[in-house]
Design a protein around this ligand. Structure first.
Ligand code: NAD
Ligand code: IPM
Ligand code: MN
Length: 367
């Protein structure tokens, strides 16, 4: 029986609450599935600052490098608002993404039939929605230099961030989008702001050239990012695969999340380049949502984004597509049976706890 190594980084706020549901499902899969899991645990975010003075320790980075996959809950919270910028909780997550080379962030937004009324949009706009946002994750304004606050000496300061993209970074993320589109509807929308940004001009040119050279059978459309935001809430079902940069992808995926009913529904996979020999990819799986300080500690967070992230790990890191499908069907089943955490409940509808939602998924999995 193959053994897969998995590093769990629950993080802060609701991170540990939703990760507890992953542990239940992993225990079930270990006992009932085709593979064994060797699970290790580590710290990232505010909890790592408290324990080690840094948002991720070198020892935990080494564990992440060695694992077949990393599962992360969420980082951040008001407790660490005052820490120096360089060691804020989010810096731990950014280091994991950058140092592991996780440039491809897949954020699927699927509106489950049972949740079509939970969206803030009308049912007919979101029912059957199935979008895949492919977000570039290791470049752009998140990492460009210089990034600093300069004292201008006249009582004024200047905050500087730098948006940078090289051709190879755009090509490799566009390739991921085109390849995935071939397995779906064959349609890609690429988004930037070439009307105001040079990196947008290069993005547009590079994606167009790659398309013409290697993917002529895929239908490619370009949308300026502001217009795309508008169209995502106007008529979201026109979209299939969307490829965009780090910052636009961050914003557009929170928008897409609300189409599905809640930020608590959106899973993600962050993947590196495949090793040419072993074909192994470094990978981290995490919900799109954050640590939700407003509800942390109450046991009411929605664990489905976290469990959906585990399903993505089964599919992309462990070659367990059948088990991934089965877990995703169990999530859909729990929703169809009417289990609702508070974020996806309609006014007056009864709600369940994080743990009860995990149990409902587990029961559907075992059925
Ligand atoms: P958030 O995603 O934590 O919360 C936004 C809203 O969505 C809140 O009202 C929250 O209660 C709700 N929500 C989020 N996840 C939910 C879930 N699973 N179930 C039910 N409701 C849920 O965003 P924020 O409040 O802007 O950020 C809080 C902290 O999280 C910040 O420190 C931020 O940097 C961090 N953050 C971390 C990640 C990550 O670790 N990947 C992602 C986003 C934000
Ligand atoms: C996300 C988060 C992160 C991001 C933060 C916490 C660094 O918002 O994963 O969407 O901006 O990428
Ligand atoms: Mn975000």
């Amino acid at each position: 029986m193959p053994t897969h190594t998995l590093l769990l980084l629950p993080g802060d706020g609701i991170g540990p609450e939703v990760m507890a549901e992953v542990e239940k499902v992993l225990a079930w899969l270990g006992a009932n599935g085709p593979a064994a899991f060797e699970v290790t645990r580590g710290l990232v975010g505010g909890c790592a600052i408290d324990a080690h003075g840094v948002p991720v320790s070198d020892a935990d980075m080494a564990k992440a490098e060695a694992a077949d996959a990393v599962l992360l809950g969420a980082v951040g919270g008001p407790k660490w608002d005052g820490v120096p910028y360089e060691i804020r909780p989010e810096a731990g997550l950014l280091r994991l993404r950058k140092d592991l080379g996780l440039f491809a962030n897949l954020r699927p937004a699927i509106c489950h039939a049972a949740l079509a009324d939970a969206s803030s949009l009308k049912r007919e706009l979101v029912e059957g929605l199935d979008i895949l946002i492919v977000r570039e994750l290791t470049g752009g304004v998140y990492f460009g230099e210089p990034k600093q606050i300069v004292d201008l000496g006249n009582g004024q300061k200047r905050g500087i961030d730098t948006q940078v993209y090289d051709t190879y970074e755009i090509e490799r993320i566009a390739r991921v989008a085109f390849e995935l589109a071939r397995l779906r509807s064959g349609r890609v929308v690429s988004s930037e702001k070439r009307n105001v940004m040079m990196s947008g001009v290069l993005w547009h040119q590079t994606v167009s050239a790659l398309h013409a050279r290697h993917y002529p059978e895929v239908q490619l459309r370009h949308e300026l990012a502001d217009a795309l935001g508008m169209k995502l809430v106007q008529a979201p079902k026109q979209f299939d695969v969307i490829v965009t940069d780090n910052l636009f992808g961050d914003m557009l995926s929170d928008v897409a999340a609300m189409l599905t009913g809640s930020l608590g529904m959106l899973p993600s996979a962050s993947l590196g380049e495949a090793d040419p020999v072993t074909k192994r990819r470094k990978a981290l799986y995490e919900p799109v949502h954050g640590s939700a300080p407003d509800i942390a500690g109450r046991g009411i967070a929605n664990p489905l984004a976290m469990l959906g992230s585990l399903a993505m790990a089964l599919r992309y890191s462990f070659d367990m597509g059948a088990e991934a499908d089965r877990l995703e069907r169990a999530i859909a089943q729990a929703l169809a049976e009417g289990h609702r955490t508070a974020d996806i409940a309609r006014p007056g509808e009864p709600t369940v706890s994080t743990s009860a939602m995990g149990d409902a998924v587990l029961a559907a999995l075992a059925a």
